[in-house]
Design a protein around this ligand. Structure first.
Ligand SMILES: [Zn+2]
Length: 190
């Protein structure tokens, strides 16, 4: 018995697909796995659909991974700018990505990483996140952007003591951030 043969994947037919970001591909694959898990293994049609869906999902995941890792180990990202059009730039591992961010001039394009917040209560808060501005007039290598929120307060002696204690804690936090940044600059993780 012979039947026409058409491969599940044909690079010529299927080539040139869009490569999603790795996180997006992982999310899509989880959905695809969850949706196909209940397919009837005795139903040829359902198995055909599952094979095609899972093949596409797996291929997208592998392509996303390969793009991220790349031969050089550097992941790149394409960012639209009003002054230089679409720009492809190296994307550091710690950057959270550029999707959904407002379009900015190339000089303002920056990487930003996972934020770190220490809430001391009473509106006193320290926010920190790694950032880098590689294309500004004075490029900024990965550094930590810090916001120290401290509302105006009128305090009695114990209140002043309490505030001093919080500031000492915040100072310790800044030292920890300095260490984390040194590790990040040396090629470690944030
Ligand atoms: Zn980035």
């Amino acid at each position: 018995m012979t039947t026409a043969h058409s491969p599940l994947h044909d690079p010529e037919r299927d080539g040139g697909r869009w490569v999603p970001p790795l996180d997006f591909a992982l999310e899509t694959d989880r959905d695809a796995l969850a949706k196909q898990a209940g397919a009837n293994i005795h139903d040829d049609r359902a198995m055909f659909t599952a094979a095609v869906v899972l093949d596409l999902a797996l291929r997208a995941l592998v392509a996303a991974h390969d793009t991220r890792v790349g031969n050089s180990g550097v992941h790149s990202v394409r960012v639209p700018t009003p002054d230089h059009g679409d720009v492809t730039l190296p994307e550091p591992e710690w950057c959270l990505g550029h999707d959904g961010r407002p379009t900015e001039a190339l000089a303002d394009v920056h990487h930003s990483g996972r934020g770190h917040v220490v809430d001391n209560g009473g509106g006193i808060e320290l926010r920190a996140e790694p950032v880098a501005f590689p294309y500004g007039e004075t490029p900024v290598p990965v550094s930590v952007h810090v916001e120290l929120c401290l509302p105006d307060v009128t305090l009695d002696p114990p209140g002043l003591e309490g505030l001093a204690a919080v500031l000492v804690e915040q100072a310790a936090e800044l030292r920890r951030l300095a260490l984390r940044l040194a590790v990040l600059r040396a090629g470690g993780a944030w």
